[in-house]
Design a protein around this ligand. Sequence first.
Ligand code: ILE
Length: 454
Amino acid sequence: MPSFSSIHGSWSHRWVFILAVTGSSVGLGNIWKFPYMAGENGGGTFLLIYIICVCLIGLPLMMAEVIIGRHGRLSPVNSLKAAAFVSNKNPRWRYLGAMGMFTGFLIFSFYSVVAAWILHYLLALLTGRIADVGVDQATRYFGELLLNTEILLVGHTFFVCLVVWVLSFGVRRGLDRAIRYMMPILIMLLIMLVVYATSTGYMPHAISFLFHFDWYYVTAEVLLVAMGHAFFTLSLGMGTVMAYGAYLSEKESIGRSVIMIGALDTLIAILVGLAIFPIVFAYQMAPASGPSLLFVTLPVVFAQMPGGQVIGFMFFLMVALTAWSSAISLMEPITAWMIEKFRVKRYQAAVLMGFAAWVLGVATLYSFGALSHWTVFSLNLFDLLNFVTTNILLPIGGMLLAIFSGWFMSESVAKKELNLPSNGAFEIWQGCIRFIVPISIGVIFVMNLYNVTL
Ligand code: ILE
């Protein structure tokens, strides 16, 4: 039954909630996907399409997650059960919460492996090990790192411990406190990097790469890329936003907070682009995306620039912080659920779930080396987890969530939680969540699978 505050605790302030969800949203998606995607798909055109997708799909779905979370005040499984209960509907909707929570857990297990790579680069920059790499050397260095499972195991273990440590302290003393330090540091580092990037004199090139407007790019494909990304970057369908919503005070406006989160996430993604591309262009490198941007292109640039070791260290520290805040959010739903289900203490739940994710992460880590022969459809475990979560579990979960919130959940729950002025805002949300969100996600889902199987 819904109660006024969660048994897990609550955020100390609305801004901490906003920063916590922003911390969850801002992750590798913003760093190695967004800037490149924008640059490659028509810059300003992509940005405009992306912002429309965030407004019409991302934010309505995020509001739905916060509504359900704040109404139930429990883990996604039990919050969904509570929302279904008052709507006099099937308690089996809780399995949808379980699916999101499980997806978050699976994503965490390979996110932590990427975090181990990041931590390694952080150390390599600190000790000057990659101080003078060229492209070939950097490519080789990264390839060798993937096979160096002993070193990565240390990083992976350390990262899991960092996440478990924060989770163990609970919402107020753990998550809330960590976010209050982490996010300002992250934003400050980012601003410093943008200022540095401006000093290279290549900012105009980056701006034109990121923002040039061209009607030529208004295509179905760009729309698909933008929709898929909006969904992934806002951490939707992973139980995260629902869990975080459960700790938000009932006094706060869900609509305003969610709009703020969407704006901050987009702003940070743009700033990351403005920090990266001027230096990439200044050193005549081709912009890349994915792991090669972070682990090949940028180390080469840092090796060439004066003070590159310091700038590189700051950059990787920022990336590590984004990965940490996202990872905490991926594990909070399953930790909260375990406490509710088995009545264990928080640290016990965090350690147990952390250990389970660590084991899966170890297998993922070895999927580049000793376990590389374990493949499904020629994908190793790392790629398989990435593919199944991003292309299958997230869209299915998000679509079902929209269907539940729009068609099955009692309207009074949504109205009470959203508490919107009677100027048609509620109807707009409802129209999005009933039609636009499920149909768009359905289209992304089918097209993605079609693209992959082609
Ligand atoms: N939203 C984050 C990102 O963009 C994570 C997605 C949590 C799995 O990287």
